[in-house]
Design a protein around this ligand. Structure first.
Ligand code: GUN
Length: 305
């Protein structure tokens, strides 16, 4: 059976390492780091993420502020909110939760963020810094995956890495970070021909497509490391049965809870992998840890530490 890469343990270590840095900031700056989260509308998944972000900030003594303009907000209204946060010195990081409701212009909002407060690393300036391998905030989920690999002594150097998914939030920055760690990187997506064969080449396979159980047995080379970024809720019995066909235990769990969470990798078919990240409890906890790490790093910069 594959080794399970425990994201909660790595998260706890990252957060513990932030504590002395937070103490130093408080002693020298007279104020804690500040994070503002803008959640437009009421997407239920986003609400859960944002609640967890705010809660973890509180636990660490990071000031956090949640702004929840309605889904009917205009682009101009969101731009005004971001401009207000940009002007406040006690706010070190600004996060605008993605996806934004239609028809808000996400590109304009991102461009309006001051790059020095872009805690997600999504502003094109910071994307350029990523490509150039210069210091700047890095997208939290891919940065968390790199921490998970490093702290489990999985070195991408010289390995073949395949990333499934080309999103701005995960796929593209993930590929770039693996490249900077000296992997040979392939990015696959919905138009890739022979996806299964491409994936089977991978020593490190990262799945970030948002399709439950998509990565099946034949996608995975024996001994590969599988990093599962997907968090998918199976909310109907049909969906649960499609992934867990014939698995009475899992289907009973569905009947009890009314839904199941699965990743992009098939939860029952990767016995031949060397290591996998569980869902939940793998990559998910690291995204928040890296968000806080980015917030602390920005505060250190703003306070000249
Ligand atoms: N939506 C899903 N993940 C993220 C993230 O890391 N940052 C933001 N801003 N939105 C997201």
């Amino acid at each position: 059976m594959p080794k399970l890469l425990d994201g909660k343990a790595v998260r706890d270590r990252i957060l513990t390492e932030l504590r002395p840095r937070l103490d130093r900031i408080r002693e020298s700056g007279g104020r804690p780091p500040g994070l503002a989260v803008v959640l437009v509308g009421a997407d239920p998944a986003s609400e859960i993420y944002v609640r967890n972000k705010v809660k973890t900030c509180q636990e660490l003594g990071i000031f956090s502020e949640k702004l929840t303009p309605p889904a009917t907000s205009t682009t101009e209204e969101i731009l005004a909110i971001v401009a207000g946060l940009a002007a406040r010195p006690e706010i070190d990081g600004i996060l605008v939760q993605s996806p934004l409701p239609h028809p808000i212009d996400e590109r304009r909002i991102l461009l309006s963020l001051p790059p020095g407060k872009d805690v997600d690393g999504f502003h094109p300036y910071n994307v350029g810094q990523l490509v150039a391998n210069n210091p700047a905030p890095r997208a939290c989920t891919p940065a968390g995956v790199m921490e998970l690999l490093r702290r489990n002594e999985i070195n991408p150097s010289g390995k073949k890495a395949v990333v499934i998914g080309r999103s701005d939030i995960v796929g593209k920055p993930m590929a770039m970070l693996l490249l900077h760690a000296h992997a040979t990187v392939t990015i696959c997506h919905s138009r890739t021909s022979n996806l299964e064969a491409e994936c089977r080449q991978a020593d490190i396979l990262v799945a970030a497509i948002g399709r439950p159980g998509f990565v099946r047995r034949n996608f995975v080379k024996p001994g590969a490391v599988v990093v599962d970024v997907g968090i998918n809720r199976l909310a109907t019995r049909e969906a649960a049965a499609a992934v867990f066909a014939g698995n009475a235990e899992k289907l009973a769990e569905f009947d009890k809870k009314g839904s199941l969470i699965v990743g992009d990798a098939h939860p029952l078919e990767l016995e031949h992998a060397a290591a996998v990240t569980p869902v939940p409890g793998g990559v998910g906890p690291l995204t928040i840890a890296m968000l806080l790490a980015n917030t602390v790093a920005l505060a250190e910069q703003h306070l000249g530490l």
